[in-house]
Design a protein around this ligand. Structure first.
Ligand code: FES
Ligand code: FE
Length: 436
């Protein structure tokens, strides 16, 4: 599909009605990969804490392209300025083999199994068998052309930016610096969780969700559903429509932060009356699951309101196109969206804590992680409704669209959660990128 088609096909003004084909069109999806995932955007690949030692590596994805995040050797004089983190594509420069099969490990170099081309940790080609041919008496048979340049034939190396231990990469030479890409409105919310902290890795969950990748972004930009879909949230008061909340976005509307503060005690029947997911008589057999302990770092000077402090209990950060960072009370995770065609994506959860956590806090974070992940008391619901959404879009064909007008049709920040503004702002940006 060419660019004008995208625009003329989106018949309604604004971004409050998203056509179903935006989720189901296979050609459009290929264009999304090029424009968004392989274009001038920064994509999350992992945490620095996953590769603490020289030679440590981990497989990850940028869009559908598999990459290796690896810690390279760094000369002592460069240690202040070079993190040593490299991201290279897992695709041999010789005949295109996806050579690395180990999900993570430690290596001195990477060797492709097919013809044993060998790459340094930074992706440079170190050598290859029979480069100068094979001697047969006085003559030499074969070999690479005399002007074959090792330096010009390494792996594809991505640009890398590390922010507070979060590793991002891009195939683009023109993507702006990462901090500009994230924007001044979002940065304080990343600083709040990560700045100056050493992360510890607590574990992974993985799931495959049969829906379009954008649905996952929408889900975490949608403050309307948690107090309705999630029995757990509404029953135990972790998220309710009357909580003090704020919807923040970057200047382009592509990234967002949903910020909210859990109410202290008390039932507000206005937000539970008639809500069938609210189960007044549901109790926990093990109430340690909700043994919430406030942490000092939750409270920060309000970045959006000078002179005031703010202390949310939950911040859900969506960094376009493929990262969600979740803080829900004491549980922390990154969630990486890996698209697999227009109708499916892998969702990889990395649960983390901080190096100075007490053993009790680590236990608490791990227990609260049971709310999330594929079988999480809360998150299982999201995976399921995303599948149902994709099913609904498919059966409608070309004609239909979603209706996303809670709180109007605008794309502004709000001080409440009864709005779909963040979804509209993402699609306003998406339309721009896809039409360029
Ligand atoms: Fe990798 Fe030949 S394909 S060495
Ligand atoms: Fe949800």
């Amino acid at each position: 599909m060419n660019a004008p088609d995208t625009l003329s096909r989106w018949a309604t003004p604004g971004s409050s009605r998203v056509p179903f084909w935006a989720y189901t069109d296979a050609q459009l999806y290929q264009r999304e990969l090029d424009k968004i995932f392989y274009g001038a955007h920064w994509c999350y690949v992992g945490l620095e804490a996953e590769i603490p030692n020289t030679g440590d590596f981990k497989l990850s994805f940028v869009g559908e392209r598999q990459v290796i995040m690896v810690r390279d050797r760094v000369a002592p004089r460069d240690r202040g300025t070079d993190s040593g983190v490299r991201v290279v594509e897992n695709r041999c420069a010789h005949r295109g083999v996806r050579f690395c099969q180990q999900p993570h490990g430690n290596a001195r170099s990477f060797v492709c199994p097919y013809h044993q081309w060998t790459y340094k940790l930074n992706g440079e080609l170190a050598g290859l068998p029979f480069k100068d041919g094979v001697k047969d008496g006085e003559c030499v048979n074969g070999g690479m052309p005399a002007d074959f340049d090792l330096k010009a034939n390494g792996l594809t190396r991505l640009r890398v930016a590390v922010l507070h231990g979060l590793v991002f990469a891009t195939f683009s030479d023109t993507a702006e610096p990462l901090e500009d890409y994230l924007g001044a409105d979002v940065m304080p919310w990343l600083d709040r969780i990560f700045k100056g902290r050493q992360l510890t890795l607590l574990g992974y969950n993985r799931q495959r969700i049969p829906g379009n990748w954008k649905l996952m972004m929408e889900n975490i930009k949608d403050p309307y559903h948690p107090g309705l879909l999630h029995t757990w949230f509404v029953t135990f008061g972790l998220w309710r429509a009357d909580q003090k909340s704020r919807m923040v976005m970057d200047a382009h509307g592509r990234h967002a932060v949903m910020i909210s503060r859990r109410n202290e005690g008390g039932q507000n029947t206005a937000v539970t009356e008639g809500v069938t997911s609210f189960k007044a008589n549901m109790t926990l057999h093990d109430d340690r699951l909700l043994d919430v302990v406030p942490e000092p770092w939750w409270k920060i000077p309000d970045p959006q309101k000078r002179g005031e402090d703010i202390m949310p209990t939950v911040t859900m950060i969506t960094l376009f196109p493929s990262l969600i960072i979740q803080q829900q009370v004491n549980s922390l995770s990154t969630r990486h969206i890996v698209p697999r065609g227009e109708g499916e994506f892998d969702f990889v959860w990395t649960h983390f804590g901080f190096a100075d956590d007490t053993p009790e806090m680590t236990q608490r974070r791990l227990r609260q992680a049971n709310l999330f992940g594929p079988a999480g008391f809360v998150s299982a619901d999201d995976g399921e409704v995303i599948e149902f959404s994709q099913d609904g879009f498919r059966q409608a064909g070309e004609g239909g669209s979603t209706l996303c007008e809670l709180g109007g049709t605008g794309t502004e920040m709000t001080e409440h959660m009864v709005t779909e503004t963040l979804i509209r702002s993402m699609y306003a940006y998406w339309k721009k990128v896809m039409a360029v």
